[in-house]
Design a protein around this ligand. Structure first.
Ligand code: NAD
Ligand code: MG
Length: 389
């Protein structure tokens, strides 16, 4: 029996994770669930999955959840705040942590799970983009297991040789082909991008996801963050990570080998596949995802990304090549700009312009510990907020 903490259980990944767990009650039990604001939904999840602990964002939310759980006669203990998230991610009672909080808010608990030597199922790409080497060092030092949930990285993980150890040359790996759907604006005239609305930007053609990652997919910053994520997960340099547009989202990524072989992982676009893969690894369990029928899909298409249409992708490559604090600045500026766009404060094309300006303004420095990381994150947020106002 694996005891699982789900950080961000009310989100898109959190809900898909619970869907897979519910199919295998003999293998998994829920240790803790966490949510920021959707307290009624969390109470319903507690009723179904009976976690020992539930974590929320504030004292008021904790009070509300306690009341709802009492009505349901549940014994789940309710705690709140960032330290509580770190506690349930590192507690002796939990073996596996699904890191599915969105953005920098997931950094501290994800790192806590890494330091505590847990099996970490990583969806929260921003945490790895921000902390990079610090995260990998924590995993190595504690003997934690890091398994990718992001569909592309899970695909790459499945296409890598058994026992792959972050050394591509030793295993004849030439490059990683990271596929990208291209999002909702793949073919829209570039001149009209400024006027797109938040509703248009979050309407992804292939995946149903949270709002932030949906906007990231529309700007292709999501793919940029994934390039950086792939670098840290697999120890592969930027020059060996190539993005390929593939609108059908059937091939989730590929690994190209020195003998000319290219291995791909295919499947219907449904996050329950990578979630089930990581949960059961190295075994396989059912996920609820329908079998792929290629004769219905008919055609798979591929093309190169247009960096004029998607400047965020280039900004992310630049940040990875610059190293140091550059990826922290990129991520922080993006989070603030995306939030401003979703709140109707800035236009769509301002997102890449604000990130670019913030990266040009702040000097890149080396980041050797969590305090300097958080200071760079704070500075970048302050800078981009000043530009917005
Ligand atoms: P979502 O917005 O649907 O859910 C986010 C979850 O995080 C919610 O449970 C919310 O309560 C919690 N949360 C938000 N802010 C918080 C805060 N300040 N403190 C504590 N908890 C907070 O997001 P999602 O689409 O499920 O994405 C989650 C993560 O997974 C992101 O990093 C995203 O990039 C990654 N991811 C998602 C998908 C997908 O298909 N949705 C695919 C690949 C990777
Ligand atoms: Mg992805």
């Amino acid at each position: 029996m694996q005891n699982i903490t789900i950080l961000g259980s009310t989100g898109s990944i959190g809900v898909s994770t619970l869907d897979v767990l519910a199919r295998h009650p003999e293998r998994y039990s829920v240790y803790a669930l966490t949510a920021h604001t959707r307290i009624t939904q969390l109470a319903e999840q507690c009723e179904q999955f009976r976690p020992q602990i539930a974590v929320v964002g504030s004292a008021a939310s904790a009070e509300q959840l306690t009341r709802l759980l009492r009505e349901k006669r549940l014994k789940t203990q309710v705690i709140y705040g960032e330290q509580a998230l770190c506690d349930v991610a590192s507690a002796p009672g939990c073996d596996t942590v699904m890191a599915a909080i969105v953005g920098a808010a997931g950094l501290a608990p994800s790192l806590a799970a890494a330091h505590a030597g847990k099996k970490i199922l990583l969806a929260n790409k921003e945490a790895l983009v921000m902390s990079g080497q610090l995260f990998i060092d924590a995993v190595t030092a504690s003997g934690a297991t890091l398994l990718p949930i992001d569909s592309e990285h899970n695909a790459i993980f499945q296409c890598l040789p058994q026992g792959y150890q972050r050394n591509p040359a030793a295993k004849g790996i030439v490059k990683i082909l990271l596929t990208a759907s291209g999002g909702p604006f793949l073919t829209r005239t570039v001149d009209t991008l400024e006027s797109v609305t938040p509703a248009e930007a979050v309407a992804h053609p292939k995946w149903v996801m949270g709002r932030k990652i949906s906007v990231d997919s529309a700007t292709m910053m999501n793919k940029g963050l994934e390039v950086i994520e792939a670098h840290w997960l697999f120890g592969i340099p930027a020059s060996q990570i190539e993005v390929v547009i593939h609108p059908q989202s059937v091939i989730h990524s590929m690994v190209s080998y020195v003998d000319g072989s290219v291995l791909a992982q295919l499947g219907n676009p449904d996050m329950r596949t990578p979630i089930a893969n990581a949960l059961a690894y190295p075994e396989r369990i059912s996920s609820g995802v329908a079998a792929l029928d290629l004769t219905i899909i008919g055609q798979l298409q591929f093309s190169k990304p247009d960096l004029k249409r998607f400047p965020c992708l280039k900004l992310a490559y630049d940040a990875l090549l610059s190293g140091g604090s550059a990826a922290i600045i990129l991520n922080a500026a993006n989070e603030v700009a995306v939030e401003a766009f979703l709140d109707g404060k800035i236009g769509f094309r301002m997102i890449d312009q604000l990130i670019s300006r913030t990266m040009d303004t702040l000097p890149i420095c080396s980041v050797t510990d969590i305090d300097s990381l958080l200071e760079q994150d704070r500075l970048a947020r302050l800078t981009v907020r000043t530009f917005i106002s």
